[in-house]
Design a protein around this ligand. Structure first.
Ligand code: GLA
Length: 726
């Protein structure tokens, strides 16, 4: 299988479907990385070690034996420790009872086993004994801290995962100050960094830039992985493009403060580390206690960014997302948020549902405003009792009427929050995250509940359970609309306040896990002011995620493009909304809104009762077409043909057996008579494909000569083409 150990050379070789990762136990027990890249056929690549000290500014290891000297500051460290001669960014830093944080990480032993173990209290990817193999390397610091590095390789994917466990083997407390999930030292400095930045309504914009010398940090300190940076980054080797060249992707299965840091040093090594953000973090370990880092997913591609994305998509479909929801077609929903905002009642919702049923949709999702006295965003979060003035007879009456139309019912919650104006806040003002004696920052009139507290977690589980048991609710939209501030917890002792951020995330996982176990048939959709907190950990609970509050299709092309760098289409919730768009004011054709939304999990976010006859026909057609073709998008391979940086954008999905393909082309900005050819990708060159007009062409022609898309098209006009192999 994938992991071998050469005991003579003391070298480990970790092979995935197309990559090798090689590391060795160096003299003195230092763990050294030797190689990460395209698969190698031999493990004896010790000659790749960089071990010379260059001048007196670079310390040499004092403990290395005899005449053998090397410098931790120039070696490829496997898990660089703080304070022992490696001045670059460190992966581990543990403060000891003496008050210093000098840390060292030396080999003690290892074990290799089939499969993969879950992380206590945290989501991670799965791998059965036949699919994955794991290596654990046990290291130790002189203080007694045990540091176990855990690697899993997957036989059918160019993917490996990494994480670490820190155990206090001393007899006094230790404080973990840095504990990254993965660290890799590459032996050249010329990478470009690709990362996903953004804000509300503009999530996951793509930036590629040379790393340059020094430290670069992509991170969140907001308590959530967030809108501003996604816990994903890739190092692009020189010459890497969409379909060729080497790309190394790093993604954290984590929803809290994260950090992906790179450092290019003076000698030409590039270090990348990925894990929990050390800023504001300190975790006390009493003797015998363990700390688990989240998991980092590492993907290698020698087919450019496109190959990297396709590999991640496939890996997440097979090893992260809930299997059940991959097989079950997702409901095509109508969500009432942009249709009514807070101004709805049962009659209005039933009227929308009636239209939805006639047009072939599957579910009505009641968004914000059904509970407490919430008629705007100023109150009632935390008071999860139905507003009977709006919904007489409650959700059960609504569910009955909606179900009678043949539709399911979904409901919005924002479980982690409490409004200042709420019964919950009045009863338990200390349940929110705040710092005694300081003003509390407020955002959208709400505070964040302290999920590190058991009674708060129980309240959320109990109050949501009451609602979910009260009616036939088949879908939950789980929202999260503000970040954490004045970070302290009323219950944690002073020397554990630095644990709050991570305890919050663990609390969140526990609450969602408990609710999902109680309501296993409910489909949970994630949301965080749109697509904040869109990360693999959330996706392990929420098979789909509201991609962005910006539903303008032109903006959405960019957002979905950026999202697709790491995350598969089957996770992207995308809705057709009204024109002019509520966020941008842009007018776009109904067809384009449909074509762009059909690149993910499709639905509507508009008042179906206000459609023209023509638009109703459009919806009917869109829904029917989507249902007939969605397997291509949900399970297929994505090819990003033209990135949305200029006047056009184009992409296509191809089924794994290459028998069906769906191509979408959008003229973002009009131009008179532009010549426009787009080469398809991913088809079988030797097969004949037939399009909806009966035109037959060889796959090789479509890929080498392309489609002729020349023609006058107005702003935001789109074309889709379906191809089937004969
Ligand atoms: C957030 C979500 C929206 C909607 C509103 C309701 O902004 O992203 O989709 O649910 O909250 O308040």
């Amino acid at each position: 299988m994938g992991i071998t150990f050469n005991s003579e050379k003391r070298i480990f070789k970790l092979d995935t479907s197309s990559s090798s990762y090689i590391l060795k136990i160096g003299r003195g027990g230092y763990m050294m990385g030797l190689y990460y890249g395209a698969r190698l056929d031999e493990c004896d690549v010790d000659y790749l070690t960089v071990r010379e000290g260059h001048d007196s500014t670079v310390p040499l290891s004092a403990s290395a034996e005899d005449d053998w000297r090397f410098s931790p500051d120039t070696m490829q460290a496997e898990y660089p420790a703080y304070g022992s001669g490696d001045f670059r960014i460190s992966a581990v830093k543990i403060k000891n009872a003496a008050g210093n944080s000098v840390t060292d990480c030396r080999y003690e032993g290892h074990r290799i086993y089939k499969g993969k173990e879950p992380i206590p209290g945290m989501p991670s990817t799965r791998g059965s004994d036949g699919e994955a193999e794991t290596l654990e390397i046990m290291c130790r610091d002189v203080t007694g801290a045990g540091i176990t590095l855990i690697y899993t390789v997957f036989e059918n994917h160019p993917v490996m995962t990494r994480r670490a466990v820190i155990k206090n083997g001393a007899d006094s407390p230790l404080w973990v100050e840095r504990a990254f999930s993965a660290a890799v030292d590459f032996t050249h400095p010329e990478f470009r960094l690709l990362h996903l930045w953004g804000c509300w309504g503009r999530e996951r914009a793509v930036e590629r830039r040379p790393l340059g010398h020094g430290i670069t940090k992509i991170s969140s300190g907001r308590g959530a992985s967030g809108h501003y940076h996604n816990p994903f980054a890739a190092l692009l080797a020189p010459g890497c493009s969409e379909e060729s060249g080497e790309a190394y992707g790093f993604n954290l299965v984590y929803s809290g403060n994260f950090s992906i840091e790179t450092e290019v040093d003076a000698f030409g090594l590039t270090r990348i580390i990925a894990g929990i953000n050390p800023e504001g973090f300190s975790w006390k370990l009493d003797p015998g206690e363990e700390f688990y880092t989240p998991e980092a997913v590492m993907v290698y591609s020698d087919h450019g960014e496109g190959g990297m994305s396709r590999a991640l998509h496939k890996f997440y479909r097979e090893h992260l997302l809930e299997r059940e929801w991959l097989k079950t077609p997702r409901p095509v929903v109508v969500n009432n948020w942009e249709a009514t905002y807070f101004g709805f009642d049962t009659e209005k919702l039933v009227a929308i549902a009636k239209e939805a049923a006639g047009l072939g949709l599957d579910m009505l999702v009641v968004d914000d405003g059904w509970f407490g006295k919430r008629n705007d965003d100023r109150s009632s979060l935390g008071d999860w009792t139905v507003n009977e003035e709006k919904l007489p007879g409650g959700l059960s009456e609504l569910a009955k009427r909606v179900n009678a139309l043949g539709l399911g019912l979904g409901v919005w919650f924002e479980p982690e929050m409490v409004s200042r104006d709420s019964d919950l806040f009045r009863a338990h003002p200390d349940w929110c995250i705040h710092t005694e004696g300081r003003d509390m920052s407020i955002a959208r009139h709400q505070y964040v509940l302290d999920l590190s507290r058991q009674e708060v977690r129980d309240y959320i589980v109990d109050s949501l359970s009451v609602v979910l048991s009260s009616a036939n609710i088949e879908y939950v939209k789980w929202d999260f609309n503000r970040n954490l501030t004045e970070y302290s917890s009323a219950l944690l002792p002073a020397d554990r306040q630095g644990e709050l951020f991570h305890r919050y995330v663990l609390g969140l996982y526990s609450v969602i896990g408990r609710l999902k176990a109680k309501f296993p048939d409910v489909l949970f959709e994630g949301c965080a002011s749109g697509g904040g907190r869109y990360d693999p950990a959330m996706l392990s609970f929420f098979p789909q995620y509201w991609t962005s509050d910006d539903t303008d299709p032109i903006e959405r092309i960019k957002i979905q493009y950026g999202t697709s760098l790491a995350y598969p289409a089957c996770t992207m919730s995308c809705h057709v909304s009204a024109s002019p768009n509520h966020q941008t004011g842009r007018k776009t054709p109904f067809k384009t809104r449909g074509d762009v939304a059909a690149a993910g999990v499709f639905g509507y976010e508009l008042d179906l009762t206000a459609l023209s006859e023509r638009e109703r026909d459009d919806v009917k057609r869109q829904v029917a077409e989507y249902k007939a073709r969605r397997h291509i998008v949900m399970e297929g391979d994505l090819y990003r043909l033209v990135p949305p940086d200029g006047d056009i954008a184009a992409w296509m999905y191809v089924t794994p057996d290459k028998t069906e393909a769906l191509f979408t082309y959008v003229r973002i900005k009009t131009m008179i008579a532009p010549v426009s050819f787009v080469k398809l990708r991913g088809l079988d060159p030797d097969r004949v494909y037939i399009d909806e007009n009966g035109v037959r062409r060889l796959g090789s022609t479509l890929m080498r000569a392309g489609l002729n898309m020349t023609g006058n098209r107005r702003d935001a006009e789109s074309v889709t083409m379906y191809f089937r192999a004969e």
